[in-house]
Design a protein around this ligand. Structure first.
Ligand code: 13P
Length: 338
């Protein structure tokens, strides 16, 4: 068993998943705007310190994805934020892409930047303690999109990033996100997710990426947020998602960690739980949620340190519920027990 494989397996240990706290400065500002908090470097630091010092979160959280600014920040007691995570046995990791930019010759589509100088940055991050990295590609569904051209260039970049990570001893989290913002049906999401994953795995294999030394971070298969037919039940999402992955994801991949993509907190938990209740599966299915793990905590914190323990309680509850969902043992009664 390779070291990459051992590391990848540690992250998808049963009942555990990832907190995605790697919002860029622009994205965290949008989140802070919703609670009326100014996005200063100090408030961003205080918010992340509140999350990372939550006692007991390590029972459900195996790793946290950080933004470049955070990996260099310290808590109010002077300890570096990544060190606070490591002291609890939580592995800090880093987002290494540089965000999306309009795709040449197809201005309504996006491609992810960040390959220039990536090997040197990976070496620096490895020296700062990162053992995992993340790269997110975005595929939008709309009139006439996505084009196969957009899927191809994003898949090619994901594979170049993944191969570079493995060369440097870092486990790549490969994130091809098919957005849920549109008015499309579940069937359309399934078709686009299938085409995207097939292309991504073709590229990963062409570029010699070891499939047992990477993790996949995909969307679930579900209708768009503006679909006229409304939401699909967790059992329907689960069946469509598992059937899509059985057609596209090689069993050598150790783990599939979903993004929440704008799902409500409990919806993201219920869907993951329903997916795991359909098991056993060839892969470990877990979570790598950003919004669905943080929304309640952010609302309780309100930008004020006096509310830190309320924020931590809200975060711990969501981490616990998603930990149960990661092993298919979540119940509405556990949800309500908070
Ligand atoms: P969401 O769970 O909010 O989609 O964030 C996950 C993530 O890391 C997106 O890149």
């Amino acid at each position: 068993m390779s070291t990459l494989n051992e590391t990848a397996r540690a992250i998808v240990a049963p009942g555990k998943g990832i907190l995605a706290a790697d919002e860029s400065t622009g994205t965290i500002k949008k989140r802070f705007d919703t609670i009326g908090c100014e996005s200063t470097e100090d408030r961003r630091r205080a918010y992340r310190e509140m999350l990372f010092t939550t006692k007991g979160a390590d029972k459900y959280i195996s790793g946290v994805i950080l933004y470049d600014e955070t990996i260099r920040q310290s808590a109010s007691d002077g300890r570096p934020l990544p060190k606070i995570l490591e002291e609890q046995g939580i592995i800090p990791r880093i987002k290494v892409d540089k965000g999306t930019t309009p795709l040449a010759k197809s201005p309504n589509e996006l491609v992810t930047d960040g390959l220039d100088g990536l090997r040197a940055r990976l070496v620096e991050y490895r020296e700062l303690g990162a053992r995992f990295a993340k790269w997110r590609a975005v595929i939008d569904i709309g009139d006439g999109i996505p084009s196969q051209y957009c899927i191809n260039v994003n898949a090619h970049a994901l594979a170049r990033y993944a191969a570079l990570c493995q060369d440097e001893g870092i486990v790549p989290i490969v994130e091809p996100e098919v957005l849920m913002d549109g008015d499309h049906s579940l069937e359309r999401c399934s078709d686009v997710t299938t085409a995207t994953l097939l292309t991504v795995f073709d590229e990963l294999i062409d570029q010699r990426v070891e499939l047992d030394g990477m993790l996949l971070k995909p969307n679930m298969v579900m209708p768009g947020k503006k679909f006229s037919g409304g939401k699909a039940a967790p059992e329907v999402v689960a069946k469509a998602t598992v059937s899509c992955f059985r057609e596209t994801v090689p069993a050598a991949v150790p783990g599939i960690l979903f993004l929440s993509g704008g799902q409500d907190d409990v919806e993201a938990t219920a869907n993951l739980d329903a997916i795991n209740k359909l098991g056993p599966h060839p892969w470990q299915f877990s979570f790598s949620y950003g919004r669905a793990l943080q929304a309640a905590a952010l609302k309780a914190w309100k930008g004020d340190d006096a509310n830190a323990s309320a924020g931590q309680a809200a975060y711990l509850h969501r981490a616990h519920m998603n930990g149960l969902a990661a092993s298919g043992t979540w119940t509405q009664a556990a949800e309500n027990a908070a």
